[in-house]
Design a protein around this ligand. Structure first.
Ligand SMILES: Cc1cc2nc3c(=O)[nH]c(=O)nc-3n(C[C@H](O)[C@H](O)[C@H](O)COP(=O)(O)OP(=O)(O)OC[C@H]3O[C@@H](n4cnc5c(N)ncnc54)[C@H](O)[C@@H]3O)c2cc1C
Length: 402
């Protein structure tokens, strides 16, 4: 069976990996001209660790893992006002048990698949027409091809979703903010800490460790109602305006933004799609379910979702009419659990006023104080609401093929 996957981020290559193992013929189409670098540290938590083990890429992940010590809120002068150290949440907080740069993880997944799988970079789907036997796909480049199934793994603003399911506004909820990530020369030693400075007006300036201590992954995030789609130059101009005079390392980040080759900007959005498939077309990862970086489990959901989707396709011998609903049934409790937003959402995390910022820091100090730590660790350490089925057709294929 020929299966087209749209999107070569995390979910797309992970699915391609399992499909190829099971004897399907996946093709991946990616809008970007080449593998996309960039992003900050993402986490591989709980059951997603097991998936990474089963894929046989844990060694590669461990070689490139980051060793972050936690999240520290700092004042404009750099002094720490509150902190969430990794160890008190036992890996369940904003810094998880295995942290890896998003670009590194994407590269590992591409390395594990690109020898055997066709990747079409610099192209995208413009039309999908399905009938009883397959899906006729038209590409932006003008070519037309036929596939048995199509998977939308093309992120929050999924093209497959808008072509086959409906308008983005039906499925994507704007949570009231925007975020941008890019690499800069580090303005100060971070010593393993992700540092966040909150400026009044609901603005965050962050610096997160890179492998090379001379560099940092900058974060600029701000509260805002939904804006029209902006081009990269407009996004940068907006950031420069929003963060002018914000303090701490905002000016440094704005100066470095122009030269960064991994600039990324997006809304903080949640994706809820009631039914993840339409006939022969199915959604995976952020395209189908996403709690936003605020909820913070996007990578784990993608890795687990890819495993379950491929597994159910093998269990039903490629019969999508049974496999797609089974994939959703299996994943839904886990998705509901891991797309839940932290209490207070952006309003709590990114206060508008100096008083709000002081209150947030005080409550962070209280929550992380000794008497509250067991409760906090318990809340953060809730087990995943899914158990991985073995799916012998994909997992045993791995053992026999090495
Ligand atoms: C460059 C980048 C940096 C990121 N940085 C962070 C971060 O620092 N922290 C965080 O929590 N999350 C980040 N994310 C989001 C995070 O990767 C996802 O939440 C999560 O890993 C789920 O992965 P995904 O594969 O579903 O989506 P994504 O990782 O978003 O991948 C989707 C892929 O689809 C491609 N695509 C989009 N439209 C089309 C189209 N029309 N046709 C073909 N391909 C298309 C995109 O270029 C991308 O490669 C980032 C995403 C990207 C793309």
């Amino acid at each position: 069976m020929k299966i087209l996957i749209s999107g070569a981020g995390i979910a797309g290559p992970a699915l391609a990996y399992w499909l190829e193992k099971a004897g399907f013929e996946p093709t991946v189409v990616e809008l970007a001209q080449a593998p996309r670098p960039g992003g900050q540290t993402v986490d591989i938590r709980g059951i997603a660790r097991e998936v990474v083990e089963r894929m046989g890429v844990m060694e590669a992940v461990k070689e490139r893992r980051m060793h972050e010590r936690g999240l520290a809120y700092v004042r404009a002068d750099g002094r720490r006002s509150a902190a969430l150290p990794a160890e008190i949440l036992d890996g369940g907080g904003p810094v998880a048990e295995i942290e890896i740069l998003r670009g590194d993880l994407s590269e590992i997944l591409l390395d594990a698949t690109s020898q055997k799988i066709e990747y079409l970079y610099g192209d995208s789907i413009t039309k999908l027409v399905q009938d009883d036997d397959g899906v006729q796909v038209t590409f932006h480049s003008g070519s037309e091809r036929r596939f048995d199934l199509v998977v939308g793994a093309d992120g929050v603003h999924s093209r497959v979703r808008s072509l086959a399911f409906g308008n983005e506004a039906e499925f994507v909820e704007h949570l009231g903010g925007y975020g941008s990530f890019f690499t800069v020369k580090t303005p100060e030693p971070l010593d393993g800490w992700m540092k966040i400075y909150s400026a009044p007006g609901g603005r965050w300036v962050g610096m997160r460790p890179d492998h090379d201590p001379q560099y940092a992954k900058a974060l600029l995030s701000f509260r805002s109602p939904l804006l029209p789609r902006l081009k990269p130059a407009e996004q940068k101009a907006l950031l420069a305006k929003t963060f002018a005079g914000a303090g701490w390392h905002a000016a440094h980040a704005i100066d470095a933004m122009e030269g960064a080759d991994d600039f990324y900007f997006d809304s903080t959005s949640r994706v809820v799609v009631p039914e993840w498939s339409r006939g022969r077309i199915v959604l995976l990862g952020d395209a189908g379910y996403c709690g936003s970086p605020m909820a913070g489990h996007g990578t784990a959901l993608s890795l687990v979702g890819a495993y379950v989707l491929a597994g159910e396709l093998t269990r039903y011998d490629g019969d999508h009419a049974r496999a797609f609903p089974a994939y959703q049934r299996e994943m839904q409790p886990y998705v509901d659990q891991r797309t839940e937003l932290p209490p207070g959402g952006l309003k709590m995390a990114m206060p508008m006023t100096a008083t709000g910022i002081r209150l947030r820091d005080a409550s962070t100090r209280l929550m992380t104080s000794r008497p509250f730590r067991p409760l906090l660790a318990k809340l953060a350490g809730q087990p995943d609401a899914i158990a991985l089925k073995p799916y012998p057709a994909i997992t045993q294929a791995r053992t026999t093929q090495g």
